[in-house]
Design a binder for this molecule. Structure first.
Ligand code: NAD
Length: 508
């Protein structure tokens, strides 16, 4: 049997701070345990063995971090820093991530289970995200307006203030950076809560932030439970903005909690994204991206191409080939360089996915392959083989609901109008793709999709430069690109009277 040579856990986590045996949280520039003393066992999803004990923050810890952030924003040196100085710090942070690239890659693979090549992509992208926003910090952001004399009118963008940021576990480092980079570039201060299961790379990032001497309280990282620490970030009257990435149900509760002080809100939520393949598509390219669209990160991707919508004349040949290819995907430990797909994040997540496999069968869909637990050396991990459901109908739960695992559902269409109707028949609207060699048809279909991120003849490429977010119940607002920066700013209108004299409106 092939054994995986993984660096030992202590080596991978050598630079993650400890107080005693516990990885602490980063609050107000200091490393602290949870006020309650609680800790949470963090495990490797490839074998469910404990890799660290992390301070388990609750509402009190989040409140302490919010207070530290408040002081940093209201009284600290941060808001007086020139944009170019903030930019320089972020450029240095990007360089520091690059310098520790292999370490970050190992931390995310150890903690999330994803294959090394996926973690490497994330870490490179994370450094570049800081660079992109460092560059944007010094670019012009205001507008001037040609209004009647004697007024001169223009706008400036100012930071919103204290930002509560809540992220999921599927891209532990990258999701944290998508939140921190634009917020810091725009001059805000942050309290970030990583997902319960995957706090380690965000905490390692905090050590770089500490070493670069960001003013205390500008970045706070509070690991802990969503319903306590996360809820406090959403509800606190001292928080000016909450940015959340996660499930749609949780997003709704964050929105309720945020209503108390009408804080600014960004939500990046779930999806059930359509991937439409026409009969005239380049066959092998469409097969390749259909696989990548659903099985990258074991399907635990908000924008996954989880509904494959196939033209009927192509259907049988395409599904046969897809099944053949899916069965060849090498599922395994992320540290094995041969691994193409890792485990699911937790036993609970695997059970959720298995529950959908049972639902799909009960609903009468045909499971063409996969959905099996892996045995042997992988028996202790949360592995599941790539699954494909065919012969579905649009109202089935497996077609309507986000599964968030390696399960593809196939739908079939007659013509263009039919394809568009099926694609948009969803409460979600995050992403979508179309494969065809007919350029005009590709554009027609994309323009009809009710989705925020779309691709033609490709699936999944994501760019720091371009906006990310969903229509319908996939979210509110956009991250990344200039849109992501703007979402961390308030716009101030400034009017200057160029003729300083009484107006004479009221008699003297
Ligand atoms: P989740 O909603 O359970 O958790 C996300 C985060 O919210 C975690 O940090 C969690 O602790 C926190 N949280 C949970 N309950 C909370 C509450 N009541 N108040 C405040 N915070 C709370 O989601 P998950 O299972 O960790 O992640 C999977 C989901 O995330 C999927 O639905 C996926 O589509 C979505 N996602 C979306 C994007 C995007 O950009 N649109 C990206 C990645 C993941």
């Amino acid at each position: 049997m092939h054994t995986v040579s993984r660096p030992d856990t202590a080596t991978i986590l050598r630079n993650v701070p400890r107080i005693g045996e516990t990885v602490p949280m980063f609050v107000g520039g200091r490393w602290e345990l949870a006020a309650s003393g609680a800790t949470r066992a963090i495990v490797n999803p490839a074998d469910n063995r404990t890799i660290a004990q992390v301070a388990d923050g609750d509402a009190a810890d989040a409140a302490r971090a919010i207070a530290a952030a408040r002081r940093a924003f209201d009284d600290g040196p941060w808001t007086a820093l020139a944009a170019s100085d903030r930019a320089m710090l972020l450029f240095r942070l990007a360089d520091a991530i690059d310098a520790a690239r292999e370490e970050f890659v190992h931390i995310d693979t150890l903690n999330n289970g994803k294959p090394l090549r996926e973690s490497e992509y994330d870490v490179i992208d994370a450094a570049n995200c800081f660079r992109y926003y460092a560059g944007l910090a010094t670019k012009p952001h205001g507008q001037t307006f040609d209004v009647p004399a004697p007024s001169q009118t223009f706008t400036v963008r100012e930071p919103i203030g204290v930002c509560g940021q809540i992220v999921p576990w599927n891209y532990p480092l990258l999701m944290a950076v998508w939140k921190l980079a634009p917020a810091l570039a725009a001059g805000n201060v942050c309290v970030l809560k990583p997902a319960e299961t995957t706090p380690l790379s965000a905490l390692r990032l905090a050590t770089l932030i500490e070493a670069l001497e960001f003013p205390p309280g500008v970045v706070n990282i509070v690991p802990g439970a969503g319903q306590t620490a996360g809820h406090e970030l959403a509800a606190s009257a001292l928080v000016d903005k909450v940015a959340f990435t996660g499930g749609t149900v949780t997003g709704r509760s964050v929105m309720h909690a945020a209503a108390g002080n009408l804080k600014k809100i960004s939500l990046e939520l779930g999806g059930k994204s359509p991937n439409i393949v026409f009969a005239d598509a380049d066959f092998e390219t469409a097969i390749d991206y259909a696989l990548f669209g659903i099985y990258a990160n074991a399907g635990q991707v908000c924008s996954a191409g989880s509904r494959l919508i196939l033209q009927k004349s192509l259907h049988d040949r395409f599904v046969d080939r897809l099944v053949e290819r899916a069965q060849k995907i090498r599922v395994g430990d992320g540290f094995d360089p041969r691994t193409e797909m890792g485990p699911l994040i937790s036993p609970i997540q695997r059970e959720r996915v298995e529950n959908y496999l049972a639902i799909g069968r009960e609903e009468g869909a045909t499971l063409r392959c996969g959905g099996e637990r892996l045995g042997g050396a992988l028996a202790d991990g949360n592995f599941l083989s790539p699954a494909i459901f065919d012969r579905t109908t649009p109202t089935m739960r497996i077609v309507q609901e986000e599964i968030f695992g390696p399960v593809l559902v196939v739908q079939a269409f007659d013509d263009e109008a039919d394809a568009i109707r099926l694609a948009n028949d969803s409460p979600y609207g995050l992403a979508g793709a179309v494969f065809t060699q007919d350029v005009a048809k590709a554009h027609r279909v994309i323009r009809k999709l009710r989705a925020g991120i779309t691709w033609i003849n490709t699936y999944h490429p994501t760019y720091n430069e371009a906006p990310w977010g969903g229509y319908k119940q996939s979210g509110i607002g956009r991250e990344l690109g200039t849109y992501g920066y703007d979402a961390y700013t308030e716009v101030k209108q400034i009017n200057v009277n160029l003729d300083v004299a009484p107006s004479g409106w009221f008699s003297p």
